[in-house]
Design a protein around this ligand. Structure first.
Ligand SMILES: [Zn+2]
Length: 222
């Protein structure tokens, strides 16, 4: 069964370059992603929870947080999850020049690469193409093109849990995910303090719901 990345539709492609949104597949697979870590306690809780369900995921980490918490970053690697770049300082692309944006992303990639070199479990990830997710989803077309030219694959998402929003209840967060997910969906949660209340209630329920339906949770296949 083929798993094909669904890229930006042609009509939008004129504005945005090729970003990966979701995957087209008939396989019962979901791609959980966690942004903004590594965060003390929250990331470790996430790792423990995923393990209970034999679930793998992709963590889009902030370079500054990797620098502050390299031990937690290594734990992500040791559990066999995939890493993506979420910039060094969580920049808003719309307010930032292309050069500054690319520098910030490359800076984060330096920390990722140096940590991957230390990891026995995931050192082979050095050969995988680097993934980048724009903070806030706010990236200018020229920034996307510049990153693509440097070999990054820009990954957005198909499902937002809205776990970071104060007004969102854990129940709504859970429903946001289960009502819209389908085989190949790319789902966004946050392993951040801000999102932790919703995350810690909704994630185990999402994992339970889809495990019962026969779904597997895997790292991004690109
Ligand atoms: Zn973020």
């Amino acid at each position: 069964m083929g798993i094909i990345p669904v890229k930006t539709p042609t009509i939008v492609k004129k504005i945005l370059p090729d970003f990966v949104w979701e995957f087209s597949t008939s396989e019962k697979v979901l791609y959980l992603t966690f942004d903004d870590g590594p965060t003390p306690k929250v990331t470790q809780w996430t790792l423990n929870t995923l393990k209970q369900f034999d679930a793998k995921a992709t963590f889009f980490c902030i370079g500054n947080n990797i620098q502050k918490h390299p031990d937690i970053f290594q734990n992500i690697l040791n559990e066999g999850h995939r890493i993506g770049n979420h910039s060094n300082t969580h920049l808003k692309g719309w307010n930032t020049s292309v050069d500054k944006y690319v520098l910030d992303v490359n800076e984060a990639q330096k920390f990722i690469t140096s940590e991957l070199k230390k990891s026995d479990t995931r050192s082979q990830a050095l050969n995988e193409s680097p993934l980048f997710r724009p903070p806030y989803g706010r990236i200018k077309p020229n920034q996307g093109k510049a990153l693509k030219a440097l070999g990054y694959t820009v990954v957005t998402w198909s499902i937002l849990s809205f776990d970071w929003e104060k007004e969102t209840s854990p129940e709504t967060c859970y429903n946001n995910v289960i009502s819209k997910s389908k085989p190949g969906s790319v789902i966004v949660f946050h392993d951040s303090v801000k999102a932790s209340k919703n995350l810690m209630q909704a994630l185990p329920k999402v994992l339970t719901y889809f495990s019962k339906k026969g779904y597997a949770f895997k790292t991004l296949p690109i």
